[in-house]
Design a protein around this ligand. Sequence first.
Ligand code: DX5
Ligand code: ZN
Length: 223
Amino acid sequence: MDVQIAPSILSADFTRLGEELRAAERGGAGLIHIDVMDGHFVPNISIGPMIVKAARRVTQLPLDCHLMISDPDRYIEEFAHAGASMISVHVEAVTHLNRTLTAIRGLGCKPGVVLNPATPLVMVEEALGFVDYVLIMSVNPGFGGQSFIDGSLDKVGRLRDMIARSGFNVHIEVDGGLGLENVAAVVRRGAEWIVAGTAVFGTGDPEKATRELRLRALEPLTV
Ligand code: DX5
Ligand code: ZN
């Protein structure tokens, strides 16, 4: 298991983005999660490749770009060139998943596929051979600060079993409503990469929050 905390900059103070990223890094963040929203696929607009480029200048950590946009094929090259290390696309937004994920890998990034809370796991079953990770949304995408949807725990466990049966080496990332109270539970079910926005940058002390979250996430592996 490769347990990592992925602070989501959606909840960061953008006037001090560099400091926020460095604080998360000092706290032991393993990835930096960047939420890209287009106001079409999700009812909110957030950030684009310029911010990825800016983040790339202040941290060496892998930049995990979560594209919550319609027709992501149009933009993957731009995000790759801006410095993305990982690019995930929603299965609900892509028609030719194999083509899109292969293109992401061809641009030198790790490809990931994302499932909304009500999208069944079977939608990624055939894609396990050509993705590096599956991202399970544990809230409806679009906003930070929402509550974790309970059924997501069971979904993570079922995905872990599906991956084991497939024989492929695919990581599981979980995103939405995660914090100190539920992070150990998702890791116990098989989640490895833990996205957290409010629980890191909403606290006023992202370094300490990342460190505590990481320790809590690692607990199931030490007992
Ligand atoms: C939601 C985004 C998340 C968001 C998580 O659409 O994909 O990455 O930043 O925020 P919290 O951790 O506050 O639920
Ligand atoms: Zn996200």
